[in-house]
Design a protein around this ligand. Structure first.
Ligand code: GLA
Length: 393
């Protein structure tokens, strides 16, 4: 068994995954594809406002072994959770009956069919060490691994850009989560030692150096164990507020509102919508500043931006929760140079950028604070910017 640092489902190595596939399905897989989860360094709830984000692919991945079949039967199994086979028919894909993680690969098949690709049945074995429900995009990791596999086996010829669109369609219209394009872009386009600076309006991408450990820092994920789902109401409600704000301000998207416009916006919007808008506008600005600082100085320069981003999500966008706030505040007082919740919010994980020498104190202090508050013990682990999705075998 191989495993990356921290806790979570242990990952099978490649040979173990292939022999497990052969045992279960009675034939060798056509190939194995892998796609990482992501941490968003900064730029939250800006993607669907056509703004800027700065996520990175992490060294935690979903891997799918896949074999195309001669008929339309789909059979799926994971190495974790319920050990029974899930079956479906590739010609009759129905979101209402898709359960658990299987809705992600099924959503991908559906989205590819919507684009006119003829996708047959298949056997799929999933293994993943991306913690689930932790705000690290375990679902997009599965979707990206699955779309790479199916695109290649079906000769779909899709570009990374097409795959970003198709996985968004799968999420929005099959899974039922009205999410943007950040997560799959990070998973598909990430690179070791870099964050992915993405302009969500034109999908322009620039890799920005982000190697915390080379600067004597560590990037810790603090998984609060408060689970969240973007198919629930909170995420959609924030998205609706942003659309309302853009409408009232007469712009295509909040991307078109600048810091200098906020004063006037305050007079035009109701107080709650104004706070939502202010978060998006200031967050876009923080992403641009973070990119500049990373390129000019290095990771040690962005701590203040991470803190400001968290305060904005807590007070203006109101998507934090007591566990995330405690993680962030404690990490800060224990020596981190910056800390914020990451991902869609309402639970999931916080990140803390800390000097390597303060790592143990941050871990201990957060653990103690959670115990004192009577919260479930958090999982705390390091992540590093890693390569994006690819074929393994
Ligand atoms: C989730 C969504 C992303 C993005 C973030 C918030 O991760 O999948 O598209 O909107 O929330 O930044």
């Amino acid at each position: 068994m191989s495993n990356s640092s921290g806790t979570g489902t242990p990952a099978l190595d490649l040979d173990e995954l292939r022999s497990r596939f052969t045992e279960v399905f009675g034939a060798v897989p056509d190939g194995v594809w892998q796609a990482p989860g992501r941490v968003n360094l900064i730029g939250e709830h800006t993607d669907y406002n056509e703004g800027f984000v700065l996520p990175f692919a992490i060294d935690r991945t979903a891997r799918v072994a896949v074999r195309f079949r001669a008929n339309s039967a789909v059979r799926m199994l994971s190495t974790f959770g319920n050990q029974g086979l899930t079956t479906a028919d590739a010609h009759v894909l129905d979101p209402a009956t898709a359960r658990g993680w299987t809705k992600y690969p099924l959503g991908v098949l559906w989205a590819l069919q919507q684009r006119g690709l003829d996708v047959p049945g298949l056997d799929l074995l999933l293994d993943s060490d991306v913690p689930r429900g932790a705000g690290l995009s375990s679902s997009h990791a599965i979707e990206c691994a699955a779309i790479l596999a199916v695109n290649e086996l079906a000769g779909g010829g899709l570009s990374a850009h097409d795959m970003v669109q198709a996985t968004q369609r799968a999420e929005n219209d099959f899974v039922g989560a009205p999410t943007g394009i950040m997560d799959q872009s990070a998973s598909l386009l990430g690179a070791a030692g870099h964050a992915v600076f993405l302009d969500c309006r034109d999908q322009g991408v620039r890799l920005v150096p982000f190697d915390a450990e080379a600067s004597g820092l560590v990037l810790l994920v603090i998984d609060t164990k408060v689970s969240h789902s973007h198919s629930d109401g909170g995420y959609a409600a924030r998205r609706a507020s942003c659309e309302l704000g853009a409408d009232v301000l007469g712009v295509q998207a909040l991307r078109d509102v600048g810091l200098a416009d906020l004063e006037e916006a305050a007079g035009l919007l109701d107080p709650e919508t104004f706070r939502r808008v202010r978060h998006v506008v200031t967050e876009n600005d923080r992403v641009l500043q973070a990119v500049e600082l990373l390129e000019r100085t290095g990771p040690e320069a962005i701590g203040g931006l991470l803190d400001a981003s968290h305060a904005s999500m807590r007070d203006d966008f109101e998507i934090s929760c007591p566990e995330l706030d405690l993680a962030v505040d404690t990490a800060r007082s224990a020596g981190s140079i910056g800390s914020r919740m990451t991902g869609g919010g309402f639970g999931g994980s916080a990140i803390a950028l800390a000097p390597a020498g303060a790592e143990q104190e941050v871990r201990d202090a957060v653990g103690r604070a959670f115990a004192r508050a009577g919260y479930t013990a958090p999982d705390i682990f390091r992540v590093r910017p890693a390569a994006g999705a690819r074929r393994l075998a």
